[in-house]
Design a protein around this ligand. Structure first.
Ligand SMILES: Nc1ncnc2c1ncn2[C@@H]1O[C@H](COP(=O)(O)OP(=O)(O)OP(=O)(O)O)[C@@H](O)[C@H]1O
Ligand SMILES: [Mg+2]
Length: 338
């Protein structure tokens, strides 16, 4: 159903260090990127106070003006750190029965009173499965947080069509509907999410409170330099040392934790007979030099996700765009939901 008669949608990804937006136009089944942009924020956008909401709305508004966004229709993401995600299996049943059954199941999985959360779910029917079970991706978000997001968009003059979890946006922009199993690793400023995707369906999502900020503060403390210098040092050096032993622990430590968690996820999945084909990175933190190589000993393809591969865009902006595209994976995936 079209409410606003527009084929343009803005994807808004509010992260802990920056807000990213991407406006897509859909024509004849094909998306084109009309504008995009990002702005750094120096405070936690998920905090509840009205000041934070008003300030976020203000920053967002200025970003919309600067990037010449023309649509009010928004799809936005909810940060992984505040969403409870469960993958459950239930017997085949009608959609009507499903609603009651999911509410019932949710009591077992969601660690908050159901009256305080907004539940949503998507159902996946595997045509090749003989078990006749439905796979259900269940998400629960504190309703207060949802309301804060809606207030923020309203104050910024936008109309929120949908809020969804980051992982679903990443799948839309980075993974085609092939049958292969992937792990998408989104490295942000404070969080890293590991998302296991099988046949285009999210099977597991794990959020680690580790991100690029940890590396920067480690370097700053270790070398006794300012955060600004440490940030530059990180971007220049990364994990590129010839001999892995000589990469400072300040940089290697957090990445090793992510790597160990990835290994665990691969083990869990592969011990039940599956095979992971590829690791795909997203998020600005994944621009760390040498990162892909650091994961090469898993013996599978490791790549930086390209959210532009299903999207048309003006070739004149190609050079600029490819520099930042990995950080736009969520915003683009959100706008593709339209
Ligand atoms: N070239 C680079 N090399 C290494 N790290 C980088 C590079 N560019 C940006 N970063 C890091 O990426 C991080 C920000 O990533 P991103 O914008 O994806 O985070 P976010 O979405 O705001 O945060 P989160 O997802 O944790 O809420 C910062 O820690 C920044 O230092
Ligand atoms: Mg992020």
């Amino acid at each position: 159903m079209f409410f606003f008669g527009s084929n343009r949608t803005l994807g808004v990804d509010i992260g802990t260090s920056s807000i990213k937006v991407a406006q897509l136009k859909k024509e004849a089944g094909k998306f084109s990127l009309e504008t995009y942009g990002a702005v750094n924020v120096a405070f936690d956008t998920s905090s509840k106070g009205f000041d934070a909401i008003a300030e976020t709305a203000d920053i967002l508004k200025k970003l919309l003006e600067r990037t010449k966004v023309t649509t009010k229709k928004v799809v936005a993401s909810l940060p992984n750190s505040i969403v409870f995600v469960s993958m459950i299996e239930i017997p085949e049943m009608s959609d009507k029965e499903l609603k009651d059954s999911i509410q019932w199941e949710a009591r077992r999985y969601v660690p908050l009173p159901l009256e305080e959360v907004t539940l949503s779910w998507s159902v996946y029917r595997d045509p090749e499965s003989a078990s006749h079970k439905l796979k259900v991706l269940l998400t629960a978000v504190p309703t207060a947080v949802v309301e804060n997001y809606l207030k923020t968009f309203k104050l910024a003059g936008l109309r929120a069509m949908a809020l969804e979890i980051e992982a679903l946006a990443l799948i839309r922009s980075l993974v085609d509907s092939s049958k292969d199993a992937f792990i998408i690793i989104d490295m942000g400023a404070r969080n890293t999410s590991l998302n296991l995707v099988d046949k285009g369906f999210l099977r597991l999502s794990r959020n680690l409170s580790i991100g690029g900020e940890n590396i920067t503060t480690n370097i700053a403390q270790g070398l006794k330099v300012s955060l600004g210098r440490a940030e530059q040092f990180k971007k220049d050096l990364g994990l590129t040392d010839q001999l892995k032993d000589q990469i400072p622990h300040s940089i290697k430590g957090p990445i090793e934790t992510v790597k160990n968690e990835t290994a665990q996820l691969i083990n869990i999945y592969e011990s039940s007979g599956g095979k992971i084909q590829e690791i795909v990175f997203a998020g600005s933190g994944s621009r760390l030099p040498g990162l892909l190589n650091f994961f090469s000993d898993f013996g599978m393809k490791v790549s930086l996700g390209d959210p532009l591969r299903f999207i048309n865009y003006d070739p004149r902006v190609k050079a600029n765009l490819s520099r930042v595209s990995s950080s736009l994976s969520i915003a683009i995936g959100l706008a593709m939901r339209a």
